[in-house]
Design a protein around this ligand. Structure first.
Ligand SMILES: [Zn+2]
Length: 412
């Protein structure tokens, strides 16, 4: 098979990106497709119509994921591709949705060029990856992988509606959630925008993801002594903010000295009592640390812990850290990486192997079955904003790689 024979209908792909990109759009120009909302349901209905137009057999699973199948000649495990259709609040038209569009365009092209595959190819439209409504990341893909561990009755959105209630409102029965689990997936492939600027700045067409980053978030509480901001000399203060500022600077410094792709972000801070003329008694802040290599993640994490302790001791402060999240780096399947790389080469693309510094459905799939990811460039590295954009000519190379890889997994 020569992957260059696979013809992707770029006009149709572009038109579908634009059409779906209008569903859930509000006056602030952002997309709001939070799981189980009417806007989300409208988007899923729209895509289901497209799948049926391409003669895929469609069904909804018990979690609200949409599936479409290009039936194979043989029964048995299937090859699956897709991504998520939900967005963050005020999100864009490419995060997640592009993986759905790409999977559909690839399956359409394969069916037209090569007819029926040997193995069935399933397109998965994941109901919820962002966790924006219930703060439960990967609800849809975890349902498919059978690893969703949270209580749907206890997860609540900002209005106090439980996930179970929201499911019922969307016509789903929460008690049957477990039935969404699949045990017959032979391989999973996901195309996604990079959400960073590496591919664009290096002038590349595609990325083959080797690892999905490890991720630790801690909440740090620094306690000192609340005092008068005028009468307390600097040398006798136990200023929680002076300590916190130094801790944050050093924590960020650990990531800077490790170099790419290590990152550390202090994205939230709270000062008590929070008055201009009072030396702060308590400061709380978060640190979000990510690194794709497990040893370097340990180095980053350990280096930050050490810095917090050292600053606290020197300034006679109490420091406590509470882990809000810890995820190990998830390596993706080596054979699928090689397969994607081979097709990128055969297509004459400029590509690189790279980590994903954002979380994805594939990290939930990877522990269950071989999983692989293709990145396409993000314009200006922007994502989780209405400005996220990838021109169609930068989408197509990734779609071709995806199509060629699906061919190799499902046809011969
Ligand atoms: Zn995404």
């Amino acid at each position: 098979m020569d992957a260059r024979e696979i013809e992707i209908d770029s006009n149709l792909l572009q038109a579908r990106i634009e059409t779906l990109g209008k569903i859930g759009r509000r006056e602030d120009n952002g997309l709001y497709r939070l799981v189980y909302t009417p806007e989300w349901a409208e988007a899923v209905d729209l895509v289901e119509g497209w799948l049926q137009q391409e003669s895929l057999r469609t069904w909804r699973d018990a979690a609200g994921n949409l599936w479409g199948r290009l039936e194979g000649t043989e029964a048995g495990p299937v090859v699956a591709t897709g991504s998520h259709i939900d967005t963050v609040p005020r999100g864009g038209a490419y995060d997640g949705a592009l993986g759905v569009h790409a999977g559909l365009a690839a399956i359409r092209a394969l069916a037209k060029t090569f007819g029926q595959p040997r193995r069935s190819i399933d397109l998965l439209v994941v109901c919820d990856e962002e966790g924006s409504r219930f703060r439960s990341d990967f609800l849809g893909s975890a349902a498919v992988a059978g690893s969703f561990a949270e209580d749907l009755g206890l997860l609540r959105d900002a209005d106090g509606v439980s996930a179970a209630e929201a499911m019922r409102a969307a016509g789903l029965e929460p008690a049957r959630f477990g039935e969404a689990r699949r045990d017959d997936i032979a391989a999973w492939l996901e195309l996604h925008i990079e959400q960073g600027g590496t591919l664009e700045s290096e002038g590349l067409d595609a990325g083959v993801v080797h690892t999905i980053t490890g991720h630790r978030i801690v909440r740090v509480t620094v306690e000192g002594r609340q005092d008068h901001a005028g009468t307390t000399p600097m040398d006798v203060r136990r200023d929680a903010m002076a300590g916190a500022a130094e801790m944050i600077q050093q924590a960020i410094g650990v990531a800077e000295s490790l170099g790419r792709p290590a990152v550390c972000t202090a994205g939230w801070i709270e000062v008590r009592p929070g008055a201009a003329n009072v030396v702060p008694g308590v400061v709380r802040f978060t640190l979000d640390m990510r690194e794709a290599d497990p040893l370097r993640l340990a180095e980053l994490s350990g280096g930050v812990d050490l810095a917090l302790g050292n600053v606290a001791r020197r300034r006679e402060l109490q420091v406590a850290t509470e882990d809000l999240m810890f995820r190990r780096p998830v390596p993706l399947d080596a054979d699928l990486q090689a397969l994607l790389a081979r097709h990128a080469e055969a297509l004459g693309l400029r590509w690189r192997s790279m980590p994903s510094m954002a979380g994805h459905d594939s990290e939930v799939m990877a522990p269950r079955w071989p999983s692989g990811m293709v990145f396409v460039p993000s314009h200006d590295g922007r994502s989780h904003t209405p400005e996220e954009y990838t021109p169609i000519e930068q989408v197509l190379p990734g779609v071709r790689v995806l199509a060629a890889a699906l061919w190799e997994l499902a046809y011969p």
